[in-house]
Design a protein around this ligand. Sequence first.
Ligand code: TRP
Length: 330
Amino acid sequence: MKKRILTGIKPTGYAHLGNYFGAIKPAIELSQSAEFEYFYFIADNHALTTLKSAEEMKEYSYNIACTWLACGLDPNKVVFYRQTDVPEIFHLNWILSNVTPKGLMNRAHAYKAKVEENIANGVDVDSGVNMGLYNYPILMSADILLFDANLVPVGLDQKQHIEIARDIAESFNKKYGKTFVMPEEYIEKDTCTLVGLDGRKMSKSYNNQIQLFTDEKTLQKSINKIITDSRLPGEPKDPDCTLATLYKIFASDEDYQKYVNDLKTGMGWGDAKKELFRVVNAKLSPMRDKFNYYMSHKEEVDEILRTGAEKARKVALQTYEKVLKNIGVK
Ligand code: TRP
């Protein structure tokens, strides 16, 4: 049997360039090999811990689905589905919560960070914590374990969640007999971290991101906001700057060398930004067209996700039936 690779994508905002190079592109490239089976899903219920309204849920879920399709996810190679469309995940979540020690959840990073923040602010330790945030790692374990996933591509910040999934799988297996496969995190070593507008790591939490799919004007505006020093045209510039770092990712080696040289010999920041926009836009344009196509054909996206959910449930039901049998309800 082929090994399985599974990952969830939380619809909590618009994808930016950092998401593309750090997560989307590597995951899509990974799915091109026939060596594994791939399950990529929209973790819409995980997003409930942060989303503010039904509108946001709709908007971001479609945005993320269309983004992945536009970036080249092939629904014939990847089982692509919405978490919500596989209800067995939520039942498994409950079952797993009964083999999860409360102390394990107390140690989960996101919850712990919130508690520490509350203590520092002198308010109740659990102020602002809902049970969705607290139980988040259990739902994530259900996502993974229901599919017998072997490898889970995630960022370093999610490593602890995979360890928790293993802990939970182990205590279930111990109590009810071998049921779940032990998942491993798959952390890609050399994904590139992009710099954002202010030179720090590009991240939504720093609000320094360049959105992946917007219209050209907005893209140009974002690029114009990249912080530079105050050197004037004609003055030599340090090529170790945000503009050149971004340029390198989008341009050929040859163009990059020329760009560096032009900066050293006095190209103005305005021209440097124009040239960066040119290469970024050239790369994103065809993908953006696909993105816009899907955004205006949402019924096609729904159909893709529905077909994905059908395939996903078929697989999930095998483990699900085994779980029901092992806990004695069937
Ligand atoms: N928690 C992950 C994140 O914030 C998203 C996620 C939900 C996930 N379920 C998953 C990732 C299952 C991998 C496997 O990015």
